[in-house]
Design a protein. Structure first.
Length: 262
């Protein structure tokens, strides 16, 4: 598996960069583990703000590497899409004690957009493009992931994003409250790091305490057992479906998928 995570620090502001440009900064198990370690290593009080970005200017993160998602009802597929490594990484970003700013220097799709949603603030280039595409692939998103979007952009915008699987411009993303700020790409680093330094200059206990209380207020507690079982059954049906195989094949062949509903 290729790619790596790079950590830089300038005083109280740290930068975490997903570096996998050959795959448009797509995630894989190696990168998931390195992201978790990076945020764990930075969690001390000396870090007052983190900027999360993708290598280069083309992509923030293309999501989970499609080629690494196995079709069929394999245990690996279930783990990748509804359980541990990805969710663990998202929680490490979401629960990081200091604010995290996503610097959206390019497109963000699928799990890459959820990674941005897990951050506290999103600053976007006006050339960036976003999308949630599980419906184009033939999979169902996890309940906790769906709730992150509902908590951030509301139920109607979440439905539009997931049902249409449409690519969304930075300006439309601003209207949907997916991003906080939009600026020309040449101004993106300045705007992002000015905000990071502004946060870092404020009272650390106040910032950390506010973030923690907001997290407690918005916490997704999980579905009751019976409803959780139903959700898992829907996810399993998709993982075992012919549609997922067709979705992956169409993605590889760069064509529109022909779904059968089976």
């Amino acid at each position: 598996m290729g790619g790596k995570v790079i950590v830089d620090r300038e005083g109280p502001v740290a930068t975490v960069t997903v570096s996998h440009p050959a795959k448009k900064n797509a995630l894989n198990l190696k990168i998931l583990g390195e992201l978790r370690k990076a945020f764990s290593d930075l969690s001390g009080e000396e870090t007052r703000c983190v900027v999360l970005r993708g290598e280069g200017e083309e992509a923030f993160c293309a999501g989970y590497d499609i080629a690494a998602i196995p079709a069929g009802g394999s245990g690996e597929a279930q783990v990748l899409l509804s359980s541990n490594p990805f969710d663990d990484m998202i929680r490490s970003v979401e629960s990081f004690p200091a604010p995290v700013i996503a610097m959206l220097n390019g497109f963000a799709f699928g799990g890459g957009l959820e990674l941005a949603i897990a951050c506290d603030i999103r600053v976007s280039s006006d050339q960036a493009v976003f999308g949630m595409t599980p419906a184009r692939l033939g999979v169902i998103y996890r309940p906790a992931g769906l709730m992150r979007f509902v908590n951030t952009i509301g139920l109607p915008a979440t439905k539009e994003l997931f049902y249409t699987a449409r690519k969304v411009s930075a300006r439309r993303a601003f209207d949907l409250k997916l991003v906080n700020r939009v600026c020309p790409p040449e101004e993106l680093p300045q705007v992002t790091y000015e905000m990071a330094r502004e946060i870092a200059e404020n009272a650390p206990l106040s910032i950390r305490g506010t973030k923690r209380i907001l997290s407690l207020c918005m916490a997704f507690r999980g579905l009751p057992p019976r409803e959780a079982e139903e959700a898992e059954e829907w996810i399993r049906r998709c993982m075992e479906s012919d549609d997922l195989k067709e979705g992956k094949k169409a993605f590889t062949e760069k064509r529109k998928p022909r779904f059968s509903g089976r």
